[in-house]
Write a protein that binds this ligand. Structure first.
Ligand SMILES: Cc1cc2nc3c(=O)[nH]c(=O)nc-3n(C[C@H](O)[C@H](O)[C@H](O)COP(=O)(O)OP(=O)(O)OC[C@H]3O[C@@H](n4cnc5c(N)ncnc54)[C@H](O)[C@@H]3O)c2cc1C
Length: 401
């Protein structure tokens, strides 16, 4: 509960700092409306300590009104020319697939949340991955991501509908959005989850800890919604079904003045360099065993013959063989291509965690005891500098046939 005491001098300092436009000056006194999320921004600027927030004792809070598993759907530019609308990122489908299982276990609805300037019919794809509903906010202010605007809208939706679980992709956008929402509504957030399940009615959020050597299981029993970000390419996609999610059009007022960042120019680059490794069906990765940057180049030949991209271990990135955006693993990108070829990579746990869900893994290493062979479907024991050029020749010969 928020209260404004008689100490209020009507200075109005609390009005512009409110991200939710929830404070008005009425008869020279601050008054909060229903958009207030108790974020405390007004409390901090009040020069006479007139505003106080009393938070409920979380241990004895009644969460029975909180129902539903929500998935925030991130949209991305269509990288194919001629496709005007934004597309749902693959991680959104992955989270819906996993969210469906959680919702079924809880006996609750699975709902997607879409913030966009225009809806070309996302409910079909969202329904195909199991969602019952789409909470759709359509507004020209949502044409592109803005932290202040998106977090304000999500907070308003959460306050209105009270979900029990909210999942966000652990992408650049999701990693920015989810903590903003969590602090605004005063709930916990588990970042970078690699597994989710339900335990005694609570969301069990699992993520690697201590350098990936142990898995930490985290529960948030004292706040709702229970919120987590989940890495792309970790959750398995379900088979699409013949279902269309019900669209719930949400009317949320957006205060343009809360934007602290303005986009001045926008360029969409459709070239090879802007392609993301996590979207590639084939990845040929190199490690320290490639020895130097020039020897690393043969991996480009193999990758391009297979229509794939080159990845790298952290050691190879640290040695400058490849740029950081291509690092596979715990502190890089998680990938799950159809084919992953690991060349001169030992298979440290931090690397494995980022590629183990690839469909087929081929490892080339001169050490027959290298741990990478434990996750590989096919292993070649030998010198990468002899084997990879031979593979390139063999693949190119096949292509020519
Ligand atoms: C918090 C934290 C986060 C991390 N995040 C990541 C991450 O995201 N991604 C990541 O990859 N690592 C990460 N690491 C580092 C990780 O622990 C390993 O150090 C790293 O993966 C090792 O890279 P590598 O396999 O290329 O090198 P090495 O472990 O040095 O292995 C090189 C391999 O090449 C083989 N080899 C050498 N010469 C040849 C040859 N001529 N032919 C064939 N094989 C040869 C060797 O037998 C060896 O197995 C992280 C570490 C920490 C602590």
């Amino acid at each position: 509960m928020i209260t404004v005491s008689n100490k209020c001098i009507g200075c109005g300092k609390c009005v512009p700092v409110c991200p939710f436009a929830a404070v008005q000056m009425i008869d020279k006194k601050a008054v909060m409306n229903e958009a207030c999320t108790f974020c405390g921004a007004c409390v901090q600027v009040c020069p006479v300590d007139a505003i106080t927030i009393e938070r409920e004792d979380p241990i004895h809070k009644d969460f029975s009104a909180h129902k539903g598993v929500w998935v925030f759907i991130e949209l991305e530019d269509a990288h194919t020319k001629g496709k005007p609308a934004k597309l749902i990122r693959k991680v959104g489908r992955e989270l819906l697939s996993e969210g469906r299982k959680l919702a079924d276990t809880l006996g609750e609805e699975l709902c997607a949340v879409v913030l966009t300037d225009k809806n070309p019919g996302y409910e079909k794809e969202i329904g195909a991955y199991g969602a019952d509903k789409v909470y759709l906010v359509e507004n020209s202010e949502l044409v592109e991501y803005n932290t202040d605007v998106f977090s304000t809208v999500i907070v308003a939706l959460i306050n209105r509908h009270k979900p029990s679980v909210c999942l966000y992709p652990a992408t650049i956008m999701g990693r920015d959005l989810a903590p903003r929402v969590a602090t605004a509504i005063y709930v916990g957030l588990t970042a970078d989850c690699t597994a989710l399940s339900i335990k005694d009615g609570l969301l069990l959020q699992s993520r690697p800890a201590f350098g990936g050597n142990i898995m930490a299981d985290i529960l948030s029993p004292n706040s709702r919604p229970q919120m987590a970000t989940v890495r792309p390419n970790v959750m398995k996609l379900s088979e699409p079904i013949d279902k269309v999610a019900v669209v719930i059009n949400e009317d949320i007022k957006i205060n343009k003045n809360i934007k602290r960042v303005k986009v001045i120019e926008r360029k969409i680059v459709h070239d090879k360099a802007s392609a993301k490794i996590e979207n590639s069906d084939v990845i040929v990765s190199g490690g320290r065993g490639m020895k130097d940057i020039n020897k690393f180049k043969v991996l480009e030949e193999l990758a391009s013959s297979l229509n794939g991209m080159v990845g790298a271990s952290r050691a190879a990135v640290d040695l400058g063989f490849k740029e950081k955006t291509r690092q596979v693993g715990q502190s890089g990108t998680t990938v799950s291509p159809k084919l992953y070829v690991a060349c001169g990579i030992s298979g440290a746990v931090q690397h494995i965690v980022g590629m183990k869900s690839s469909d087929i893994i081929i490892a080339i290493n001169k050490d027959p005891n290298a741990p990478i062979f434990n996750v590989a479907k096919y292993g070649i024991v030998g010198d990468v500098h002899n084997i990879v050029p031979k593979l390139v020749k063999a693949v190119q010969k096949r292509i020519k046939k």
